[in-house]
Design a protein. Structure first.
Length: 230
């Protein structure tokens, strides 16, 4: 981290906010920012003239608008110098509006951000910082996971993935929950070759079923005859 901070802008006695003279290529840190604003945002405590009557206000927070952007201490908001190009996203979150800002949306915005820094800020190196639980936990829909794996063959072991529409947005059920569908877990790799985790569809006894941990480990040369699944 010290290597990074030594290449970042800082306050210098001679030139103010600048990069140290010995640094040829500065590091710019861009922070991902998500802010949500509501139609009925207001202060609930305020000064009023003596004798003023109560003023009726709308109940609830009202419709929301999310603004998603990147910001740095050096350049401000991530946009072209003339402001005509920007990574800002205006998003109406909610199951009855545009859904929710998903990992796919975050990736799409990041791709635009990379294009902008390559186009307008070529003289610097860039670091993008996220503070978002969703991105921290994101894996590919069929990513490998030993969680809840069965020891033996199973016709019911699949992973749940979100159902999406033609625009790649999650589809919601009437109760507001994202619809899920079952899919096979992606295959593994062993000694540089692909290892199938499911039996072939024409298998004599377990067609299309998950092999189970025991079979997968035996294919890798382990003796699991006296082992229990944990």
């Amino acid at each position: 981290m010290m290597e990074y901070t030594s290449r970042m802008c800082c306050w210098l006695e001679d030139s103010g906010w600048d990069i140290p003279l010995e640094v040829a290529c500065a590091i710019i840190v861009w922070f991902h920012d998500e802010s949500t604003f509501f139609a009925n945002d207001r202060r609930h405590t305020c000064w009023v003239p003596l004798g003023a009557t109560a003023k009726p206000y709308a109940k609830g927070e009202g419709a929301s608008l999310m603004i998603v952007h990147f910001v740095s201490a050096d350049y401000g908001w991530l946009q072209s110098p003339d402001g005509s190009e920007s990574v800002a996203v205006l998003f109406r979150a909610g199951k009855n509006q545009e859904g929710y800002f998903t990992n796919d949306d975050i990736l799409s915005q990041f791709e635009i951000a990379v294009q902008l820094v390559k186009k307008y800020f070529l003289g610097d190196d860039h670091i993008f910082v996220y503070d978002n639980t969703t991105t921290h936990l994101k894996r590919d829909a069929g990513a490998l996971s030993a969680s809840k794996m069965t020891k033996g063959p199973s016709a019911n072991f699949f992973v749940d993935v979100n159902v999406t529409d033609e625009n790649g947005k999650p589809v919601y059920s009437p109760d507001g929950k994202v619809l899920k569908e079952k899919c096979r877990m992606g295959n593994a790799t062993f000694n540089g070759a692909e290892q199938l985790l499911y039996f072939p569809d024409d298998h004599l006894t377990h067609p299309g079923q998950f092999k189970g941990m025991a079979q997968i480990l035996m294919e890798r040369g382990y003796d699991v005859s006296q082992k229990k699944a944990q």
